[in-house]
Write a protein that binds this ligand. Structure first.
Ligand code: EPU
Length: 336
């Protein structure tokens, strides 16, 4: 375990905005986490787990203890003839896990290639892309209760996963620190290529292979999404909103080309990127914060942006989109 005081966060979150944490602790095992949490110095301080910082915006200094997992264990457990379970430490880089499983020919995580962040964050916001979500493969999550210091194994059903959502974002937010996530993967390749753009690229490429899907996804992401090491950002800044069917029926008469997806619950999911784009915000800049010019859902730090600038840009977009479409966008990024 390593503990730091007055810890600079600039390189610990992908927006790369200046801020400090009162305390930062790296823990590389369940025991190390337990010993930090037992320390009386931190008893009354707020605590928060951070992974790769790819979904966070620090709006000021953090006057508490940030807990950063560096648990790197990776265990493969046979599960019958056609399946395998992978138990991964929360501190592993997400894409290293995806790469390791694809290399072994195991299917399930390939559509989630190239997502920044660590394994421990994957169940929190149920990361998703190109027609797949982490919940499709998560079997269970092992997490420590910060009050009792006991480990709990939470099943997929316990976590109540939804679109970019789980109980870890709600009532479990201040309770559990994730240490391991177990995934169930298939040794047989069952491609999930319903996502329009993916199908097109794979057709151009010829046959569909597991490695091929990963490569197409890495290329697609690289073409649209800015590399946070070059241009600070936190991926999609907003969630795609779900609206009632009646509202969609009214909107479609005015905007028939608005991308949309009919949901099982009768509601309609619409594209936040398209709304922001249509409202004229793509590529626009406010101080040193801007809307990315290739994907309107991504807000970027063009260099030296303050959290205030990013927040102001976010608020202006929310207001204008609401004025134009009657839809209130919700940030996916967590403001701290
Ligand atoms: N579009 C525009 N303008 C833009 C960008 C997109 O009109 O600037 C339109 C596209 O033409 C398309 C629609 O919006 O019809 C959807 O765009 P895209 O396929 O790029 O996906 P998205 O809904 O904007 C979501 C995820 C991404 C994920 C992609 C691919 C959310 C909040 N975002 O974006 O996830 O990579 O789908 O599956 O659900 C992330 O969460 O950080 C993230 C990058």
């Amino acid at each position: 375990m390593q503990l730091f005081e007055h810890f600079p966060l600039k390189d610990r979150h992908t927006f790369h905005i200046d801020a400090f944490a009162r305390y930062w602790a790296d823990f590389d095992s369940v025991e190390a986490l337990r010993s930090v949490l037992k320390d009386p110095r931190f008893a009354t301080l707020p605590k928060l787990a951070v992974g790769g910082g790819s979904n966070l915006l620090f709006t000021g200094n953090y006057e508490g203890l940030l807990l950063h997992s560096t648990i790197q264990d990776l265990e493969f457990i046979p599960d019958g003839a056609s399946m395998v379970r992978v138990r991964a430490g929360s501190g592993l880089c997400w894409d290293d896990l995806v790469e390791a499983t694809v290399r072994r020919g195991w299917c399930g995580l390939e559509n989630l290639s190239g997502i920044p962040g660590n394994v421990g964050a994957s169940p929190v916001q149920n990361v998703g892309a190109y027609g797949a979500e982490a919940k499709d493969c998560i079997v269970s999550v092992e997490a420590m209760d910060v009050h009792t210091l006991e480990m709990h194994t939470l099943s997929n059903a316990d976590c109540r996963f939804g679109y970019r959502d789980s109980r870890f974002k709600k009532e479990w937010k201040d309770r559990f620190i994730i240490c391991y996530v177990t995934f169930s993967l298939s040794k047989e390749f069952k491609p999930n290529i319903r996502y329009g753009e993916l199908t097109r690229h794979l057709e151009e490429q010829g046959g569909v292979t597991l490695e091929g899907v990963r490569q197409v996804i890495l290329n697609t992401r690289a073409a649209k999404l800015p590399d946070p090491e070059v241009l600070g950002n936190a991926g999609s800044f907003f969630m795609n909103p779900e609206i009632p069917n009646e509202q969609w029926e009214r909107l479609r008469t005015r905007y028939p080309d608005m991308p949309h997806w009919l949901l099982e619950n009768g509601r309609v999911k619409v594209s936040a990127a398209w709304c922001i784009d249509k409202a004229g915000w793509k590529g626009k800049r406010l101080g040193n914060a801007a809307v990315h010019d290739k994907q309107a859902l991504v807000l970027v730090n063009v260099g030296g942006a303050t959290a205030g600038e990013v927040t102001a840009l976010c608020e202006q977009i929310v207001q204008e989109v609401e004025g134009m479409f009657g839809i209130r966008l919700k940030p996916e990024v967590l403001f701290i």
